[in-house]
Ligand binder design. Structure first.
Ligand SMILES: C[S@@+](CC[C@H](N)C(=O)[O-])C[C@H]1O[C@@H](n2cnc3c(N)ncnc32)[C@H](O)[C@@H]1O
Length: 219
């Protein structure tokens, strides 16, 4: 069957319709974000379910996220970790952070989600010191692509044995793609991808789903 642009687009809609079903509070979060005019950069429902599925396969205690936006992926991570789970999430834009914190309060999960404001490169060292090595069940990286190699270096050792490191947009974004390495975001992502697959602390793959997702499991 030839894959036309229309067929890719219909398949994406089908995947979201069939596999992207959200619990009511997560559906409400997306609706609220749309109504508030937040950027439409959040992961889709079927990817949220994938994150939750990975989180559910761990000891279910702690996730660390870089790039909160409105809290959509944060809520999926918490959902997957289960009742004992906690998420630390980092966001540099105050309007996004304000929205997300209001959402965490509205859905009664604010006591289990800690939002750290600031540039991830600046706030990560303190978080790493607090949580310590091999303490995080899932790290999810979904922020500025130019910093991906730094984010990888700052978080890889925090992942617990059997835990996951998941990185979104490893093949591109709405503005750049991995076939053009003259773009600084693509070049940085390519550097990180090649480094990650050689890192013998992890079993790693790069999935060609949406804009690409790196999934690594700590040995
Ligand atoms: C793609 S969105 C995150 C979407 C979110 N993970 C979701 O799926 O619901 C990226 C977010 O990262 C934030 N961001 C960008 N650069 C950042 C940085 N250097 N430090 C912290 N956050 C950053 C942006 O403000 C934006 O809210």
């Amino acid at each position: 069957m030839p894959m036309t642009p229309e067929r890719w687009s219909q398949t994406s809609s089908y995947a979201q319709e069939v596999f992207g079903v959200e619990p009511p509070h997560i559906r409400a979060n997306r609706a609220m974000a749309d109504a508030a005019g937040l950027p439409t950069w959040a992961i889709t429902g079927e990817i949220g379910r994938f994150l939750a599925l990975l989180a559910g396969a761990t000891s279910g205690q702690l996730a660390l996220e870089i790039g909160t936006l409105g809290g959509y992926s944060t809520l999926w991570l918490l959902e997957g970790l289960g009742p004992r789970g906690r998420v630390i999430t980092i966001e540099s834009v105050d309007t996004h952070a304000d929205f997300a914190e209001a959402e965490f309060n509205r859905h009664g999960v604010a006591d289990r989600i800690e939002l750290r404001r600031g540039l991830a490169c600046e706030v990560l060292p303190a978080i790493a010191k607090e949580v310590g090595p091999e303490s995080v069940d899932v790290v999810f990286i979904d922020a500025d692509k130019e910093s991906y190699p730094e984010y990888y270096d700052a978080t890889a050792d925090l992942v617990a044995s059997g835990g996951f490191l998941v990185i979104d947009n490893i093949f591109g974004t709405s503005t750049n793609w991995i076939d053009d390495l003259s773009d600084p975001g693509s070049a940085a992502t390519d550097r990180m991808n090649r480094k990650a697959v050689e890192d013998d602390r992890f079993d790693t793959t790069g999935l060609f789903v949406r804009a690409g997702m790196l999934v690594a499991r700590r040995r």
